[in-house]
Design a protein around this ligand. Structure first.
Ligand code: FES
Length: 66
C-alpha cells in the first residue's frame, strides 16, 4: 500500500499507523496515544482503523504474539 496521509490534523501517515500497530495499537485512539497526539476533527478514525485491520492481515504472526 502507498504511504498516504490518514490524519490531516496530526500528519499521521500509513507508516506512522504501522509503527503504532507494531507497538500494540488496536484502534485509532491507540494510534493517537502512540503518536503523542489527540483527535481534533476525528475524520480519520475510519481510515486509521481500516489501516490497522490491513496491518493485522499482513502481520498475523505479530498479532498472535501479542
Ligand atoms: S483528520 Fe485526524 S483528527 Fe482530524
Amino acid at each position: 500500500m502507498a504511504n498516504m496521509i490518514h490524519c490531516l490534523c496530526n500528519n499521521i501517515n500509513t507508516a506512522k499507523v504501522d509503527i503504532a500497530a507494531s507497538q500494540g495499537a488496536e484502534r485509532a485512539k491507540d494510534v493517537m496515544r502512540v503518536c503523542g497526539t489527540k483527535f481534533n476533527c476525528g475524520q480519520c478514525r475510519v481510515s486509521i482503523n481500516a489501516r490497522l485491520e490491513e496491518w493485522r492481515a499482513i502481520n498475523p504472526a505479530l498479532e498472535a504474539a501479542e
